[in-house]
Design a protein around this ligand. Structure first.
Ligand code: SF4
Length: 430
């Protein structure tokens, strides 16, 4: 495969990489990292997520995942009672017994995650040592890993980051004579993963893998010939773990909308020196179709003013997509953490006038939001209802994780997520 490398996307308007950001440290309104289990347990089909937490943690995960009573879910909570919290029992012994029972009943489990929570962290239960001990006991049938999903200083998408980062050190090294391979990092619905696999295949990038894998028994390999593309903007720890194993990140915007998807694919194509002609032949029709699917939303969304509360860490790529492809006006784009390095391409595509904020002081941000009177507010569930009662249209940011949104074929569905609340509010007004 040879040819001219493709030019980077032209940038009409840009936020300076060092542009000032409003930094806030106050009360936050976010879900905790346990939430990630909802999409992770559907993806890694032989994994099980055992939350070591309280009844509150169990309720959160049970009601958010909405599992039917007869289903055999791939998550559960080892509930810590008052005696555990008061240090009156040996929590490790109880945990070992709970794991023993679970694995005896569910021989399909090949990878068990012990997921830390606020209560387990408060009593300083060392889940990494527990995971080592249990791994040794249940090897080679089951591997046990741990990560934190606690709500202490996290936002909900950090759960996925922590989970994937915990997996990386366990991946086998790539063979010494291996060729350059591509790894796409971030949980994608299987249907989207298949679409991307076909696209990369048509581009001639045949050696490719996904993280997380669908089965823990078929993990990706990693090493200095691994190039990885982030599919989600909240995977800082995972990226760091991959880099520690010698892999290199391909810098790119994220694959949301026609433009984002094209730029993301182009970044990989450049790395593999795919010719301009071949890239166009593979992507042109799909890109046009995606643009067409966005067209019917443009009238509805063009000129509408949008305000993002910090929640999912998807705010900046979404803001880029909505402003550039649908003409929405960005008032404030809040994000829990701003990873300037991973978001450099995204930031360079935001309009100069945008107000960026990092972290949260919820009361102050609510004041700014109310005084700006936006047409649409993107926020967590806890803020949505009060804002709706004040007459503002809202979009739950968590839906951006539950709905397939990446790639060309989902571009229209992504726009629909933002158009629907505006339609609903209009109907309510009549
Ligand atoms: S981990 Fe913490 S924030 Fe999350 S449900 Fe449990 S107690 Fe609540």
């Amino acid at each position: 495969m040879t040819g001219t490398a493709l030019a980077s996307p032209s940038v009409a308007c840009a936020v300076d990489k060092e542009a000032p950001v409003l930094r806030e440290r106050g009360q936050r309104e976010v879900f905790c990292g346990l939430t990630g289990i909802i999409w992770l347990h559907r993806k890694i089909q032989d994994a099980f997520f055992l939350v070591v937490g309280s009844r509150t943690c169990a309720h959160l995960i049970q009601s958010a995942a909405g599992v039917m009573i007869f289903a055999e879910p791939r998550f559960a909570t080892a509930i810590m009672g008052e005696k555990d919290l008061a240090g009156l029992t040996d929590a490790n012994e109880e945990l070992d017994r709970a794991v023993e029972k679970l694995l005896a009943r569910r021989p399909d489990i090949k990878l068990l995650f012990l997921v830390g929570s606020c209560p387990s962290e408060v009593i300083k239960l060392d889940l990494s040592r527990a995971a080592e001990r249990l791994s040794a006991t249940h090897a080679p049938d089951v591997r046990v890993l741990n990560y934190s999903g606690s709500g202490i200083e996290t936002t909900f998408t950090q759960g996925e980051d922590a989970c994937l980062a915990a997996m990386v050190p366990t991946f086998p090294a790539e063979p010494a004579d291996s060729e350059k391979s591509l790894m796409v990092v971030g949980t994608l619905p299987d249907v989207v993963e298949d679409q991307f696999r076909r696209l990369f295949d048509e581009l001639g990038i045949e050696s490719m893998q996904f993280l997380p894998p669908r089965h823990s028994t078929e993990p990706p390999t990693v090493g200095k010939n691994t190039r990885f593309l982030l599919a989600q903007p909240f995977l800082a720890e995972t990226a760091r773990a991959l880099e520690e194993r010698g892999a290199e990140r391909i810098a790119a915007p994220f694959p949301f909308g026609a433009e984002g998807t094209t730029s993301w694919l182009r970044a990989a194509a450049n790395e593999w020196q795919v010719s301009r002609e071949r890239f166009a032949a593979v992507t042109e029709t799909k890109r046009r179709r995606a643009e067409l699917s966005l067209e019917r939303y443009r009238d509805r969304l063009n000129g509408q003013r949008i305000f993002f509360f910090p929640d999912s860490q998807l705010e900046i790529p979404m803001a880029r997509f909505l402003s550039r492809e649908l003409g929405m006006e960005l008032i404030e784009v809040g994000t829990p953490y701003l990873h300037r390095h991973h978001l450099a391409d995204e930031l360079s595509m935001l309009p100069e006038t945008v107000v960026l904020s990092e972290g949260q002081d919820v009361e102050r941000q609510l004041d700014r939001c109310r005084s700006a009177k936006p047409d649409l507010v993107v926020c967590g569930l806890g803020l949505a209802n009060p804002l709706e009662t004040e007459g503002l249209a809202t979009k739950w940011s968590i839906e951006l994780l539950f709905t397939p949104t990446h790639g060309y074929e989902q571009a229209g569905d992504l726009a629909e997520l933002f158009a629907r609340p505006l339609r609903r509010r209009e109907k309510l007004r009549v």
